[in-house]
Design a protein around this ligand. Structure first.
Ligand SMILES: C[S@@+](CC[C@H](N)C(=O)[O-])C[C@H]1O[C@@H](n2cnc3c(N)ncnc32)[C@H](O)[C@@H]1O
Length: 162
């Protein structure tokens, strides 16, 4: 696979898993968490696709998104997720219906190390039945890894259920 093939596979898988996660949690009332805003493409997709009124809180250390894809201030949780996720647990409790994480960069070993670090901070935020969609393999001891939906490619995206 070329780097272009890998990039396309990741993007196609991200959209398929997000669409699946959004539909499968549409009956839930709890908030949606987007971890890592970046350019805001996945945030924009979630905002346009979630039509049931669930708020989407965005966790990001420095907002630098496209103007069309910038969340309102009251739904932006600024700072390092190593600090903002534990604070979110105090604020929201185990209520999240859907968590999407795309926090990584180009260094796969660093992404994996970070996924190990943040997994125990994400796990307690999910409501029973809530889903987590991630670009990186996560390390949960209480969430179940789910099969990927049609259109997603193994290893390019991961789905976990509380
Ligand atoms: C790959 S980008 C996200 C791309 C986004 N999904 C999109 O579609 O445009 C990763 C983002 O995660 C953020 N990030 C990485 N580590 C973080 C941390 N420890 N705390 C908060 N944000 C972090 C980076 O600042 C970056 O904006």
């Amino acid at each position: 696979m070329t780097r272009l093939d890998l990039f396309i596979a990741r993007m196609v898988s991200q959209r398929a898993c997000l669409d699946h996660g959004i539909a499968a949690t549409a009956h839930m009332k709890g908030p949606v968490f987007e971890l890592g805003l970046g350019n805001g493409r996945t945030y924009h997709h979630m905002r346009e696709t979630i039509s049931d009124g669930r708020p989407i809180y965005v966790f990001e250390r420095a907002v630098a998104s496209h103007p069309d894809s910038t969340p309102p201030e009251d739904l932006t949780i600024l700072g390092d997720v190593r600090e903002t996720l534990p604070a979110a647990l105090d604020r929201f409790g185990p209520t999240a219906s859907l968590v999407h994480a795309d926090l990584g960069g180009h260094n796969l070993a660093k992404n994996d190390e970070f996924a190990r670090l943040v997994s125990p901070l994400i796990q307690p935020l999910l409501a029973p039945g809530g889903l987590m969609v991630s670009s990186d393999r996560m390390y949960f001891d209480q969430l179940e890894e789910m099969p990927l939906p049609d259109g997603a490619i193994d290893g390019r995206c991961f789905i976990y259920r509380a």
